[in-house]
Design a protein around this ligand. Structure first.
Ligand code: UD1
Length: 431
């Protein structure tokens, strides 16, 4: 089994290029099947969640041609089934985007119930409420969710009880091809919601207000082909920003939209980092020991829940006592036990972690419990004394393209190893 081996202690210094946003790409790929014309998607990240969704799309007859590592050409005119039962699809949460896309285009969809990272209960009641409001029946049985229109799909007024990215995108897709007007109130405002809306509009949809909490969609009869480039990944960028901070480094994060990173930059400044913003890049410098702060995860433009483990890892070696409160997912502190192996002092009480900063972290053998927690363990290992190993890196590979290579470019000592021989070779190399 492959694992990361990391010798900590090197400040990260240099430039890193950020990929296209995974979570935007998942919505956009699914939405691309809503037209029979050819769609070209650029700046697609090369990560395993994207490969899984592409396989699922291919399993129902979508033709996907890779023009280069980050560009695909998609044709969905040969779809032969609206049932997505690929063994892979259960592994990714975003499989549910196939529901909205297929329902909108064909009036019916059946998809295996979504999986994803194990970070607490992840209901889909707001998705189903939206589909029902548009005039579809929804049935959940035998591990599958089926949604089919009874007559026509008709626009409606939908108030979401919680701010949810997934339901906002799903309803937006189905409504794009429904008859009449749909209003989604209390919609999610995340950059990837806006990106999916922009993509739909580039195919001829009429979606207005994405990025605010009221999205208005006027249904159109059909969508056409397009060429579209995905926005940069806010969470990948944020992860490298915290990697710079935890290692007391100096990193230029390139190919980003600084506005999307404001909540992350603001916290790093509070902790004592210097941030310099440019048009499409941002530099993070940590030149002195950082200090404690308080963080609460919130829907955008608040601090992202997908950055919560990375901030906890970093605060574990800052001066003073910090509190991090998770308000999106109920069970997102399970990785704290892994950090404890490195000498952190973190107590979880309800949905808050109370973090007493320690002087240094020690190396340990760790396992990645999920995607973002896995990234946080990598950051901790980069800052720790000695050599750490991290198992279950498949979770990390779901969302980070070339993670070890990019870190190595910044001066980190990290390798992927799969045998004792390779581990020994690494130890010899790093001394
Ligand atoms: C997406 C992201 C994930 C991120 C999360 C929050 C993708 C593929 N994943 O996940 O990385 O952590 O947004 O920014 O884009 N909820 C309900 N009912 C529903 C749907 C959600 O109660 O029908 C609740 C959830 O339990 C959670 C909150 O709403 O408490 C937010 O969930 P949501 O935004 O839907 O997360 P995902 O779309 O699954």
């Amino acid at each position: 089994m492959e694992q990361y081996i990391i010798k900590g202690g090197n400040p990260l210094v240099g430039d890193v290029e950020i990929c296209g946003a995974k979570n935007a790409a998942l919505g956009i790929l699914a939405a691309s099947l809503m037209t029979d014309e050819t769609v070209v998607i650029e700046n697609l990240p090369d990560v395993s969640d994207i490969k899984v969704l592409i396989q699922a799309m291919e399993s129902i007859g979508v033709i996907v041609e890779h023009l280069d590592r980050h560009t695909v050409k998609i044709n969905s005119s040969m779809i032969n089934s609206t049932t997505v039962d690929s063994v892979y699809i259960k592994k990714i949460r975003a499989s549910y985007y196939m529901l909205g896309a297929l329902l909108g285009k064909y009036g019916r969809a059946e998809v295996a119930l979504p999986g994803g990272c194990n970070i607490g209960s992840r209901p889909i009641d707001q998705h189903t409420k939206g589909f029902k409001a548009l005039g579809a029946d929804v049935d959940i049985s035998h591990g599958h969710i089926t949604t089919a229109k009874t007559g026509k799909l008709n626009g409606n007024h939908i108030y979401l009880d919680v701010v949810t990215v997934g339901a906002t995108i799903n309803i937006m897709m189905a409504a794009a091809l429904a008859e009449g007007k749909t209003t989604i109130e209390n919609a999610a405002k995340e950059p990837h919601v806006v990106d999916v809306a922009n993509f739909l509009n580039s195919m001829g949809a009429n979606v207005k207000g994405a990025g605010t909490d009221v999205i208005r969609i006027k249904g159109v009869e059909k969508l056409h082909g397009t060429t579209y480039s995905i926005i940069p990944d806010q969470i990948e960028a944020g992860t490298y920003m915290f990697a710079a901070a935890i290692t007391m480094g100096d990193v230029m994060i390139k190919n980003i939209i600084p506005k999307h990173l404001e909540s992350i930059s603001a916290k790093l400044i509070e902790m004592g980092c210097q941030i310099e913003e440019f048009d499409e890049s941002l530099r993070v410098v940590a030149s002195k020991r950082l200090k404690h702060t308080q963080v609460k995860t919130l829907p955008y433009p608040g601090f992202p829940t997908d950055m919560q483990p990375q901030v906890v890892a970093t605060l574990s070696v800052c001066d003073g006592t910090s509190i991090v409160t998770e308000s999106i997912f109920e069970n997102r502190f399970k990785y704290v036990d892994e950090l404890t192996k490195m000498g952190t002092r973190i107590k979880v009480e309800g949905n808050s972690a109370i973090i007493e900063g320690v002087d240094r972290l020690t190396s340990a053998s760790l396992s990645a419990p999920d995607l973002r927690a896995g990234a946080a363990l990598v950051l901790a290992a980069l800052a720790a004394d000695g050599i750490s190993t991290i198992d279950d890196i498949v979770y990390i590979e779901r969302g980070y393209e070339d993670f070890p290579e990019k870190l190595k470019n910044l001066g980190a000592m990290i390798e992927i190893v799969s045998s004792d021989q390779e581990i020994n070779k690494f130890k010899l190399k790093v001394g």
